[in-house]
Design a protein around this ligand. Structure first.
Ligand code: T4K
Length: 378
């Protein structure tokens, strides 16, 4: 019997992976000796190279965070007008469009994968559409083939927000090799991180040169500033931490695989609790998140009840992603944001709950979280 007393300490939805202080100190020494803190230093150069190999992508540009990276992606492809995206994502996704004076057009999501519904994209294309901005939500890859097929037919660009998809592969191809550009976030809460940070990955040298100019104020050399760029640079300290963290990714992923298995095992037969989607056999996942959907009609309790009640047990689950971006005050006046246009997203937004997932979580803690969840059922 599992003891259902509240946890003594808060169990957060996630905890960052920490390198040892000794490893960081050693790298800091290298930086101090080089007397180089930012602006394309040696750590930065080495991390770009190492990440390219790790992610199996031809070109990669580091950034100070994923949001600025995505803003630059839009600029680098000269996107304008309307971009079709998903309402079921973190606020950053539609916000980067707004910051580029682009109108986000929300497309409904697939009921299984929770990613943009590729079959619905075509009906949303207008003469103003310039791109599709899709998100590999919780690391589950989008239907990349169908999205590319629609984009090719209408001459649209494809940008992936791959913030959740570090290390994900489709048939041994890095997920970042699909579309024109993909953005990875290296925020502290991600499977792989540089404290704050991110990257754009893309397939050609010309784009790399443009992106690197855009992230450095458009400065070409001491005499020439060739475009209105921004400051998107990743500094040496974070780049060095990123180099250390690369050694931690696979071990962290393995720990999370085990925790996923336990959640799946414990929750498999709970009616009204839907588990994460199954992916094709050739997809390598990163197991960053563990997300369930609570169907109130079957479970007898709402997602909000579960979320609130969990807190009494010191389990701080999160409602990623509720509210939907289409419900934000800055977007809800858009026609595409209307509830009747997004029926699937509006149901899932009320059901979804991210359960604690990080390598330091113990198997017993996961079993207890599951037992607590099951005790809520009516
Ligand atoms: N696109 C998508 C699809 C994204 O999910 C994100 C970011 C982006 C774009 C933008 O990328 P970045 O510009 O961030 O690189 C967190 C992250 O801050 C955010 O990066 C992430 N998505 C989002 C899904 O999750 P919050 O507001 O939920 O974070 P916060 O501070 O509540 O942290 C979650 C939990 O983690 C805390 O309850 C406790 C724990 N925690 C957190 C931090 C920062 C720690 O234990 N220690 C820590 O240092 O957004």
């Amino acid at each position: 019997m599992i003891n259902l007393e509240p946890f003594k300490e808060i169990i957060y939805v996630t905890r960052p992976v920490f390198p040892t202080i000794e490893e960081v100190t050693e790298k800091l020494r290298d930086i101090w000796e080089a007397k180089w803190l930012t602006n394309n230093g040696p750590q930065h150069t080495m991390l770009e190279h190492e990440l390219k190999t790790f992610l199996k992508v031809p070109y990669l540009s580091l950034f100070n965070n994923g949001t600025i990276a995505l803003m630059v992606a839009c600029q680098s492809l000269r996107l304008s007008g309307e971009v079709i995206t998903t309402p079921f994502t973190f606020a950053a996704t539609p916000h980067v469009l707004s910051w580029n004076n682009i109108t986000p057009i929300f497309c409904d999501i697939d009921a299984e994968t929770m990613n943009i519904d590729a079959d619905k994209i075509e009906s949303m294309i207008t003469p103003h559409t310039t791109a599709i901005l899709a998100v590999h939500v919780f690391g589950t890859p989008c239907d990349v083939e169908k999205i590319q097929e629609v984009a090719d037919r209408y001459g649209l660009r494809v940008v992936y927000d791959a913030a959740h998809a570090f290390g994900v592969e489709i048939g041994e191809r890095g997920v970042g090799t699909f579309g024109d550009i993909s953005m990875f976030s290296f925020h502290a809460t991600k499977l792989y991180h540089t404290v704050e940070g991110g990257a754009l990955v893309h397939g050609n040298e010309h784009l790399k040169a443009r992106i690197d100019l855009l992230k450095n104020f458009g400065i070409k050399n001491e005499e020439e500033v060739v475009m209105p760029g921004i400051n998107g640079k990743l500094d040496e300290i974070r780049a060095a931490i990123g180099r250390i963290m690369l050694n931690y990714v696979e071990a962290e992923r393995q720990k999370r695989i085990r925790l996923h298995e336990i959640y799946n095992e414990e929750l498999a037969d709970v009616e009204g609790v839907k588990l994460m989607p199954n992916c094709a056999a050739d997809v390598k996942l990163n197991y960053q998140y563990y997300v369930v959907r609570i169907d109130e009609n079957v479970f007898g309790r709402s997602r909000d009840f579960v979320y609130d009640e969990f807190r009494n047990y010191n389990v701080f689950a999160r409602k990623y992603f509720h509210p939907l971006c289409s419900e934000f005050t800055c977007y809800r006046q858009l026609n595409s944001a209307r509830v009747e246009n997004l029926p699937v997203a509006n149901v899932i937004g009320q059901q979804v709950l991210s359960l604690p997932m990080y390598g330091d979580l113990t198997e017993d803690e996961v079993r207890k979280i599951c037992a607590i969840l099951k005790s809520f059922k009516r």
